[in-house]
Design a protein around this ligand. Structure first.
Ligand SMILES: [Zn+2]
Ligand SMILES: [Zn+2]
Length: 166
């Protein structure tokens, strides 16, 4: 993931998934474009919307100056929008707060995990497969820190919706 230089002192709370588009394309058997206008079309009935938890790693740029501070998460909140004819999608990737300095840190997603979960969702929405349990990519990580997850803060994180369902 590219890091922006400049006078930014805090990580962004949300990142756009455009830079990972090639990873997704490589796993899809159909044409697919990235369209960052979909988020604003939310509510129209041809737009599918969902959330997935993706595995990845964080490295706080604030704490890096003195001491490296990194953590893994199997539950990085990724929002997905999808529309058909032509097939297009966009994602928003939610940051998590560093435990040490409480500033938002952008994740370095496991691109394989990210692309597989997206294509899995698109396949379902395109009617290419039946609904089943989500893809198994279990990674042993600590319990989800909902207080520091931006997706949980917005109430869109899969961890929040799972808990609501039970
Ligand atoms: Zn930090
Ligand atoms: Zn969360």
């Amino acid at each position: 993931m590219t890091r922006q230089k400049g006078n930014r002192t805090e990580g962004r709370e949300v990142t756009d998934g455009h830079h990972l588009h090639n990873e997704v394309l490589a796993r899809a058997d159909y044409r697919l474009t990235y369209d960052d206008s979909l988020e604003h079309l939310k509510g129209m009935n041809n737009i599918r919307w969902s959330t997935r938890s993706v595995f990845g790693r964080f490295e706080c740029p604030q704490c890096l100056r003195c001491k490296p501070w990194t953590w893994n998460s199997g539950k990085i909140c990724v929002q997905i929008w999808f529309s058909r004819n032509p097939d297009r999608y966009m994602t928003r990737i939610h940051s998590q707060k560093c435990r040490r300095c409480e500033s938002y840190t952008e994740p370095q997603l496991d691109t394989g995990s990210y692309a597989t979960k997206l294509v899995d969702a698109f396949d379902l929405w395109k009617g290419l497969r039946d609904r089943r349990e989500s893809v198994d990519d279990f990674h042993p990580t600590p319990p989800h820190d909902t207080d520091r997850c931006h997706g949980c803060l917005e109430g869109v994180c899969e961890q929040v919706t799972l808990r609501r369902r039970h």
